[in-house]
Design a protein around this ligand. Sequence first.
Ligand code: G3P
Ligand code: CA
Length: 327
Amino acid sequence: MSRGKKVFFVAIGVIAGFILSAWLGWVVLPLRTLEAAHPQVPRPLVIAHRGASHWAPEETRPAYELARDLGADYLEMDVHLTRDGVVVVMHDDTPERTTNAVQVFPGREKQDLSEFTLDELKQLDVGSWFNRKYPDRARKGYAGQKILTAAEVLDIAGAKGGKYPVYIETKSADHYPGIEEKLVAVLREKGWLGASHDGLPSVIFQSFYADSLVKLKELAPETPRVYLVQSDVVKKEGGWRATVARAAQIGTGIGPVGTLCWPWNVGPAHRHGLVVHAYTLNEIWQYRLMTWFGVDGCFTDRCDLLMGYYGKPSAKSAAAILDGLGY
Ligand code: G3P
Ligand code: CA
């Protein structure tokens, strides 16, 4: 072998060795620390983002019933407070995108949910937009669905017995003073706090608002809390290390947007004993990458797809379950 070739192969060996050691150091060893730190939040988790929202209108009864019956680990929801103080479930701050508010309350469709009473919000159709946007997945039973309260989602989660796990985001928490107290009261009344189901805590809290998680820590210290982060949160906290330290101070985990889930970010989070749940991933190649980078679970619109990827496929297809549910 010529000297040039030998140098080439030695260089390749050194680079491969460096990559392997970096992967072991950043990903594998921190995962061992995590096993000891958080046995109460097993991994990997399938978090049904806004319910099974690929197949049914997000944050509606069919989306949650489907995610539950597929067997996702967690039903994810975003909560808001109505003008009359009821905790309701919707992603956006206003009803414009996912309801017919423009017809029912013309001129009010861009108003915050906090400006509507529950009775007003219950007059809206939260399903027909999906049928128009996704005709290939449309179903008659989606039309006319009503906005759900958090208590109603718990009833769906508990309908088959047990306290099926929910992963609740205090969305725009700064708009809703007192939402944490109201939410905890609903969960306590329904018996969800401190409960578990198939080895998983029945409730995990999540928020982009650190202050909201601090309040939830005071109100329900036993419930795991995940600090959601994207680039602006990391910037505000003063960098990744500071963000991880903050997440460890107020909670149990960190929920970064997928593009922040590099191994050199996941590793420090694990070394702080935090679980890492990435959002929102809907493709197999993304699940593969997240697994390689060491994340402990993903928020996904395709809970059926992620369950298959993690080797725990649902016994029935989404279509068969929706047919059985009568949608
Ligand atoms: O809750 C995790 C993820 O859902 C955050 O993004 O906007 O879908 O609530 P968003
Ligand atoms: Ca959310």
